[in-house]
Design a protein around this ligand. Structure first.
Ligand SMILES: [Zn+2]
Ligand SMILES: [Zn+2]
Length: 113
């Protein structure tokens, strides 16, 4: 005599055997959907970050360069530098060299900012 529980388990097993491909496909689809959602999330983050940079740069364009580097006071090869993209108004005038040093120290050598 087969118990009810065993009977259900057997049916489930048979169901799985018969629909293996469909079930696997469903699982794959579900997995892909989650993956896409996660990817979109990352992309959103990226867009936010890019927008921040874009905003910071457009602020920077409106900020006139000072006559000298904010660190070494040289008047040659001056560039704008953002200390923090979350503070787009905080723009400094730095010479090419000081700028590079700041980026190595604070941005891991990134060219942005
Ligand atoms: Zn300098
Ligand atoms: Zn910079």
């Amino acid at each position: 005599m087969v118990s009810k529980k065993e009977h259900i388990a057997e049916r489930q097993r048979l169901n799985y055997e018969n629909n293996k491909d469909a079930i696997l496909m469903q699982q794959k689809e579900r997995y892909n959907k989650i993956k896409i959602r996660l990817t979109n999330k990352n992309m959103d983050l990226d867009i936010v970050e890019k927008k921040k940079r874009f905003n910071a740069r457009s602020y920077a364009r409106k900020t006139p360069l000072k006559k000298e580097c904010g660190i070494c006071k040289t008047t040659e090869r001056l560039e704008r530098h953002h200390w923090d993209y979350n503070k787009p108004l905080l723009v400094s005038t730095l010479c090419n060299q000081c700028h590079e040093i700041q980026h190595i120290r604070n941005f891991g050598g990134s060219k942005f900012g």
